[in-house]
Design a protein around this ligand. Structure first.
Ligand code: XMP
Length: 321
């Protein structure tokens, strides 16, 4: 078995050999895989790598800053940020169907990334594209069909002919826990390395109903509280992920402060899982649930009810959309 340092050294050597003096581009999503893949390539070829971060405005509180500030500070990576929130929100206006939301986010993402890649390529003559493909992704897509169980994914696969890059996939032989260990060994921020799985379409599929800026703000505030309390309770490791969902078209009556309210429910969906194909609802300690509920209803005025999802997968998927 190899140590993390040996894996890093070997990857750095292989990437240097593959890249030579050519230029490389990488899309960052905010997630673990692309962050570790890019950090490895940066370790190998330094400023020959340019990273592109498309901020689609659908990330959780603090996540864009984690990439733009903490990750850059930790790695010294050359980063191009595209603030595309308006574009994504405009494209999502009026849309409530989950698969439609996925298609729109996926389509816009490719367009924005393509434009940014063109700009970087025009300056630098880029030959290589880094992807954070893991060993399970390689196995799953072996038949070319992907997995029927994960809702229509989007990644940077469909680039046009004149933007055909050679792929660098430094994580192809690794599992998620190994990738996390390597990320830590590379000095990446814990918030990125330990991040729970988060869907590409982001918060758009955690607002049941139309996605608007105001609704995103409400969901972000509630999600931030739930994550803070889980972390404070030391539960991050044993919980697979905790989607926090805003039922934006549902209202219920409540009493808050001086009187009657007519607000929205927030759903907590903590799950335990090995691989997301099946999952069980997590038996979180009642006092943790109580703190999350009290804080959300105190601190987020639009929310007057917090409910707990106690459905396994199957029959329920992990996400609500
Ligand atoms: P479901 O809801 O299908 O989710 O039980 C299984 C896992 O996949 C994540 N997920 C997605 N990830 N794009 C992604 O990149 C998507 O459209 C998407 N939908 C669900 C979900 O968070 C869970 O980890």
């Amino acid at each position: 078995t190899w140590t993390n340092d040996e894996i890093i050294d070997e990857q750095v050597r292989a990437i240097r050999e593959q890249v030579g003096d050519k230029q490389v581009i990488c899309g960052l999503s905010g997630g673990v895989d692309s962050a570790v893949a890019a950090a490895l390539v940066q370790r190998a070829v330094g400023d020959q790598l340019t990273c592109v971060f498309v901020d689609h405005g659908l990330l959780r509180a603090g996540e864009a800053e984690q990439v733009e500030q903490d990750y850059v500070a930790a790695t010294g990576i050359k980063l191009k940020v595209v603030d595309a929130a308006d574009r994504f929100l405009n494209a999502l206006a009026g849309v409530t169907d989950p698969e439609q939301k996925r298609k729109i986010v996926g389509r816009e993402f490719i367009r924005v990334f393509e434009q940014a890649a063109r700009e970087v390529a025009a300056e630098n003559d880029v030959e290589f594209l880094v992807q954070g493909t893991l060993y399970p992704d390689v196995v799953e897509s072996g038949g070319g069909t992907g997995t029927a169980n994960i809702k229509s994914h989007h990644n940077v696969g469909g680039l046009p002919e004149d933007l055909k890059f050679t792929l660098i996939e430094p994580l192809r032989t690794l599992f998620k826990d190994e990738v996390r260990a390597i990320g830590a060994a590379l000095g990446l921020p814990a918030e990125i390395v330990q991040r729970h799985p988060f869907p590409g379409p982001g918060l758009s599929i955690r607002i049941i109903g139309e996605v608007t800026r105001d609704r995103l703000d409400v969901l972000r505030a509630a999600d931030k509280i739930a994550r803070e309390e889980l972390t404070a309770a030391g539960l991050d490791r044993e919980i697979w992920q905790v989607p926090v969902v805003l039922l934006a078209d549902v209202r219920s009556v409540g009493v808050q402060g001086d009187g009657r309210t007519y607000g929205h429910p927030i759903v907590l969906r903590p799950v335990s899982s090995e691989d997301a194909m099946t999952a069980d609802w997590s038996r979180l300690p009642y006092d943790v649930i109580a703190r999350i509920s009290t804080r959300i209803t105190n601190e987020v005025p639009e929310v007057n009810r917090v409910v707990l999802d106690v459905t396994s997968k199957p029959p329920g998927t992990i996400e609500w959309e």
